[in-house]
Design a protein around this ligand. Structure first.
Ligand code: H79
Length: 455
């Protein structure tokens, strides 16, 4: 199992005492591994605590493969990390007063959606409320919301409407923990301070009321994306039941306190898994920032961004790639430009990503494979020489070609598949090869590619 990994830059961005949240994420990962290791065919199955998602909803979400995550709020004025900077380095009183200066008059929901679509993204998830408790919609349940900022516009409402207009799915991130709410047991910095008095039942009613507002007023939502369920074990099931009752085809991620419909590896690409749906959430910021990190923050290289998507699709997972819009309401042009490059790549190679499933060749340093119908797409990222060998598959390859055209030599024997692509024909980042089969590609069992990959 891969362990929770931080990006090099993320620790440098002052996040003082994040132990609790980090522990929760680590514990969740360990629990998953323990379950997987302890499972046997005849072990009694624990009955699910909540109704499962509709299979067709999971399928539609998986087919989209690539979504935009948006972290934004009054904290964007400071270019510090959302919620984590509350208390340190930003004093709590200062942080909690930022909304009084939040006036991003250039916010244009349609423009955000255009940026997402130019990036080839098929859904969008906005931080409606992060751990800092500030609400980006016209909630009736707290005054600490965007209608009381100088902007005085319902950001969630405008974005949900723009998504509907432009035909892209909309989802709501809603932090389970809330370090601002007086009834929540933990507060800033980093959720590490215990409140003397709190009322978790009252907070739970607030959370359910807000989730109800989000689904009722802005739904249908493609997903309800909870985060950091501190103190919420045993309560998450209420979230799931409520959300499913209000919208039967909604998906709910695994951070409710009692799990959910799909796993959410954070800042790392998930492992190959055809049975449990998953989505990696990743930052486009070079420093692993979620909220806008300032003009010097920078973006990840195109290769890194495309490799995320390829490795995820090859492992049968989605990618939710995060942008942090600026305090004036616009998406940083550097972030938008990188997304456009991804979108341009997807315009050419999208058939090998959208609507595909992962495998049958498991992802590795060599690259990844995806499949749809009678076809396998090989995404070769690392070449060690011109020739590339793959293990044998119980299907006949009826045609092999480079997706963007060009010459390729191919042979199939009982020992396996051999492909050769001259250096001049290879793409700078990802050489995509389509293999047509005489049978449905999903019927092939997953196969590991020899370490060291092609050679
Ligand atoms: O919303 C984003 C993060 O703020 C949130 N999840 C994503 C989607 C998150 N909350 N807790 N955690 C992630 C786990 C803790 C991460 C930490 Fe740190 C790493 C805490 C301290 C080091 C990275 C750097 C996050 C804050 C600073």
């Amino acid at each position: 199992m891969k362990t929770w990994k931080l990006t090099a830059g993320s620790t440098a961005r002052a996040c003082p005492r994040a132990a609790l949240a980090t522990l929760w994420l680590a514990a969740t990962l360990l629990k998953g591994a323990a379950l997987a290791a302890g499972e046997s065919a005849d072990a009694p199955k624990t009955p699910p605590k909540f109704p499962p998602p509709l299979p067709e909803a999971v399928k539609r979400w998986q087919e989209r493969r690539f979504g935009m995550f948006i972290h934004w709020g009054p904290v964007s004025l400071t270019a510090k990390e959302i919620s984590w900077s509350r208390g340190a380095p930003t004093p709590i009183e200062v942080y909690d007063g930022l909304y009084q200066r939040f006036n991003p008059t250039n916010f244009n929901a349609d423009e955000w959606v255009r940026v997402a679509q130019a990036g080839g993204m098929k859904y969008l998830v906005l931080t409606t409320k992060h751990h800092d408790g500030f609400c980006l919609w016209d909630t009736k349940l707290t005054d600490y919301n965007v209608m009381n900022s100088p902007l005085h516009r319902d950001v969630v409402g405008e974005l949900a409407a723009a998504c509907r207009r432009q035909g892209i799915a909309f989802g709501a991130y809603y932090s389970t923990c809330d370090w601002h709410h007086p009834d929540f047991p933990l507060t800033s910095p980093g959720g590490s301070v215990k409140r003397e008095r709190f009322d978790l039942d009252a907070y739970n009613r607030y959370l359910l009321g807000q989730i109800s507002e989000l689904i009722t007023n802005y739904g249908p939502l493609i997903t309800l994306w909870n985060d950091v369920p501190q103190s919420f074990e045993g309560r998450g099931v209420n979230t799931i039941k409520l959300a499913r009752r209000l919208q039967p085809d909604i998906l709910i991620n695994d951070r409710t306190g009692d799990g959910g419909d799909y796993d959410t590896p954070e800042q790392r690409i998930g492992d190959f898994n055809l049975t449990r749906p998953w989505e990696s959430c990743m930052t486009i910021s070079a420093h692993g920032q979620w909220a806008w990190g300032g003009p010097e923050d920078g973006v990840k290289p195109l290769a890194a961004c495309l490799e995320m998507l390829i490795a995820a699709a090859g492992g049968d997972g989605n990618v939710l790639l995060n942008v942090g819009p600026r305090p004036d309401g616009t998406i940083d042009p550097e972030q938008a430009a990188r997304l456009k490059e991804m979108g341009d790549w997807l315009a050419q190679y999208g058939q090998s990503i959208y609507g595909t499933r992962g495998g049958p060749f498991k992802p590795g340093k060599w690259g990844a494979s995806t499949r749809q119908g009678n076809r396998i797409y090989l995404h070769v990222l690392t070449w060690e020489g011109d020739t590339f060998r793959l293990p044998a598959i119980p299907a006949k390859v009826t045609a092999a070609r480079l997706l963007r055209g060009g010459s390729l030599s191919f042979s199939q024997t009982a020992a396996g598949l051999t492909l050769a692509v001259p250096a001049a024909e290879r793409a700078a980042i990802d050489t995509v090869i389509a293999l047509d089969l005489d049978m449905p590609a999903m019927e092939l069992a997953p196969l590991a590619v020899t370490p060291g990959g092609p050679g």
